[in-house]
Design a protein. Structure first.
Ligand code: GLP
Length: 256
């Protein structure tokens, strides 16, 4: 894992934006795995401001709530169109987000997996992390080999996401999420985490044992993971000075 620690979320976001802009420039038909949540909002703003060519880009989102329509203001469909897609020249036919209203959820999840395969796999998967260590909506005890499927949210996640829905009782209990196995098949994973609230989950994911109790720890098995943190999210890492030192020593060509 490559750990990049920046003083502020703004500086960390700029590093991630530059990296993704570089991917889009180098591979105009790249397949990007995208994430929602408050963490990537500034990243999407920065990508929009760079006026990149998204005309051949394909996207796959990590997850979606079950039972709310794409038009619901808190659906991840709405989030993505609001924060990114409507501001860039991506083709709607190349945008993929799990269908939270599917009649046959298992069949719809299998078809999502097949679509990722026929697109050639995901080049870069953007990830946030939940305070429980979840990636996508793979809550603790998710199988580390899991594929796209329905999951039930933990009380912790319902509480964390209540801020988007106005109250905890309004947060859907079920979601569809790419599995940890699906995420691990992406060629490069880029995880962003900001703020003190994420410090424990990050320390466990990066320096703890690989365990289904912290699903993000499965990323330790992936050959190419970049974790971009602000100082607060990095604050519980035992080796933080080492990660800073390693990053400072890198020649420019080796940096993301
Ligand atoms: C959400 C999403 C995740 C996201 C995480 C953190 O519930 N399903 O993909 O990474 O929780 O969200 P935030 O960035 O708002 O802290």
């Amino acid at each position: 894992m490559e750990i990049i620690i920046q003083p502020t979320p703004a500086e960390a976001t700029t590093i991630a934006a530059r990296f993704l802009a570089g991917i889009i420039a180098a591979k105009p038909e790249a397949v990007l795995g995208l994430a929602t949540g408050s963490t990537p909002e500034a990243l999407y703003r920065e990508l929009v401001s760079l006026k990149l060519d998204w005309s051949k880009i394909t996207t796959f989102n990590l997850d979606e709530y079950v039972g709310i329509s794409p038009q619901h203001p808190q659906s991840y469909h709405s989030f993505m169109w609001e924060n990114l897609f409507r501001h860039v020249n991506v083709h709607i036919k190349n945008v993929n987000i799990p269908d939270g209203l599917a009649n046959n959820i298992p069949a719809s999840c299998e078809s999502y997996e097949r679509k990722i395969g026929s697109a050639g796999g995901i080049d870069v998967q953007l990830l946030g992390i939940g305070t429980s260590g979840h990636i996508g909506f793979n809550e603790p005890t998710s199988s580390l080999a899991s594929r796209t499927r329905i999951k039930t949210l933990t009380p912790q996640t319902l509480q964390d996401n209540a801020r988007f829905f106005g109250s905890e009782s309004a947060v859907p209990h079920h979601v569809i999420t790419m599995g940890i196995g699906t995420i691990l098949e992406s060629r490069h994973c880029l995880l962003l985490a900001f703020g003190k609230k994420k410090a424990r989950a990050i320390a466990e994911a990066v320096e703890g044992p690989i365990t289904a109790m912290n699903p993000a720890s499965a990323l330790q098995m992936h050959p190419k993971v970049t974790v971009v943190l602000d100082a607060e999210a990095a604050s519980e890492l035992k080796m933080q000075e080492y990660y800073r030192w390693v990053y400072e020593q890198k020649p420019d060509w080796q940096k993301i």
